[in-house]
Design a protein around this ligand. Structure first.
Ligand code: PLP
Length: 428
């Protein structure tokens, strides 16, 4: 049924195809499947890649860091020196521009914005929470958990479009320059969640350079997928802190990352980075919140990963496991939905997602229909602020966790639902 332009079919032809598709869908439904593709989680085989790390820091090993600090005890507020060196190289910053945290970068982002509401950021004249309104620019589709943080803290979200090379900078510049309540922007600059887009040099420079009405504007630069390549030629992201310094706005960016999808989600190492002014401001506040992070885990990670070259080799092993899954999804989308003018999608060079755009008004019903056949997808609308996709068309596909055969079934069902709902739209 490939390359049939639904737009050109008669009602009778559309009805005939609809009946055929519905029969296939009902057959799947009778199988009482239970397939979960809702979140971007590594599969067991990926987790196994880092298992040996658990044997590295044992009772017989040296448990002091390079400075001689005992990792079993309190102290080392912003991380052990060797972990700072490693992440500094990954994020293109210097070790003094970095704070190693616990196991979750999302926690660090949440805490950063919570502290901004309570105390302001470096250079603020007032805590953000004392202002009549705080607004954030949210390139969309984006990461639902970023939006959830804003919602929780009462930060008003302004959705703007994602283009093929990053956020629509005309919209961003206008909003940032026009309103002092606009305090920041969320960015997933490399292999973005969910579009898989890497920001161009021009977008990085425009973000670094743009005029902002708020003097304490912050770019929340969530570089979660910085080494998560799928293609042989990885995307290259221009270093953001250097760009901000060059533009005369060294304090504008706060960067975040973690090893969640390099080692173990929930038991990895998270990190934030920024100018020394920003980091010193935060270190003082952190010293009240904690006496120090889990240094044994940092030691484990540094001894296992050694340096950027080892991480690169390790990520190639991840890619070897998940690339066939991405390829299968892309091939199925092409054979089932290609040429019908009912859907479009990106082919990401890395990251964890494939973002599928279907006909306007169809995403919620497709996700519901897939769920009735046992396929759980990310909630429709979740990729937009307040869970509201204005065109009701974006569906986030997370191919990494299911097995290849589960994935094949899930995507076949998804494609059936997309076609059925599209035909219903044409018929109405
Ligand atoms: N940032 C992005 C863009 C993500 O997609 C995810 C997880 O899916 C996270 C952050 C979560 O990171 P962490 O496990 O370090 O909290």
């Amino acid at each position: 049924m490939n390359d049939i332009d639904y737009d050109r079919l008669s009602t009778a032809e559309l009805n005939a195809i609809h009946a055929q598709l519905l029969e296939a869908y009902e057959a799947y439904k009778r199988q009482k499947l239970s397939l979960d593709m809702s979140r971007g989680k590594p599969c067991d085989e990926q987790l196994d890649l880092s298992l040996e790390m658990l044997d590295i820091v044992g009772s017989g090993d040296v448990l002091t860091d390079r400075s001689g600090l005992d990792s079993r005890n309190y102290g080392g507020l912003d991380g052990i020196p060797e972990a700072k060196d490693l992440f500094a190289q990954l994020l293109d910053v210097s070790p003094s521009e970095l704070i190693i945290g616990g196991a979750s970068s999302l926690t660090m982002m949440h805490d950063t914005l919570s502290r901004a509401m309570l105390h302001g950021v470096f250079g603020s004249s007032l805590p953000w929470g004392k202002l009549p309104a705080v607004k954030f620019i949210c390139p969309s589709p984006g990461y639902d958990r970023h939006f959830a943080i804003c919602e929780l803290l009462g930060i008003e979200m302004i959705a703007i479009d994602m283009l093929q090379d990053g956020p629509d900078m005309d919209q961003v510049e206008k909003l940032a320059a026009g309103d002092d309540a606009v305090k920041g922007i969320w960015c997933v600059p490399k292999y973005s969640n969910p579009d898989g887009i890497t920001y161009s040099d021009e977008v990085v420079d425009r973000l670094a350079r743009m005029e902002t009405c708020a003097g304490d504007f912050r770019i929340m630069w969530d570089d979660a997928y910085t080494v998560h390549h799928l293609a042989d030629e990885p995307d290259r992201l221009k270093p953001m802190l250097a760009a901000c310094k060059a533009a005369g706005h060294p304090d504008r960016v706060l960067m975040f990352s973690s090893t969640s999808k390099i080692s173990f989600p929930g038991a990895g190492v998270a990190v934030m980075a920024g100018s020394e002014n920003n980091m010193n401001f935060i270190r003082k506040q952190l010293a009240v919140q904690t006496i120090g992070p889990d240094k044994l885990n940092q030691l484990r990670h540094v001894r296992f990963f050694k340096g950027p070259a080892h991480i690169e080799a390790h990520m190639k092993k991840h890619a070897a496991i998940i690339k066939p899954k991405f390829e299968m999804v892309l091939n199925l989308l092409e054979t089932e939905l290609g040429g019908k003018r009912i859907a479009s999608w990106n082919k990401p060079n890395g990251g964890y997602f494939i973002s599928l755009n279907i006909m306007d008004g169809c995403a919620r019903s497709v996700v519901r229909m897939a769920a009735e056949a046992g396929v759980t997808l990310t909630k429709a609308g979740a990729t937009f602020p307040y869970g509201h996709d204005p065109r009701d068309r974006n569906i986030r596909i997370a191919p990494t966790f299911p097995t290849l055969s589960e994935l094949k079934t899930a995507i076949e069902i998804l494609c059936l639902c997309v076609q059925i709902m599209s035909i219903r739209t044409f018929l109405n």
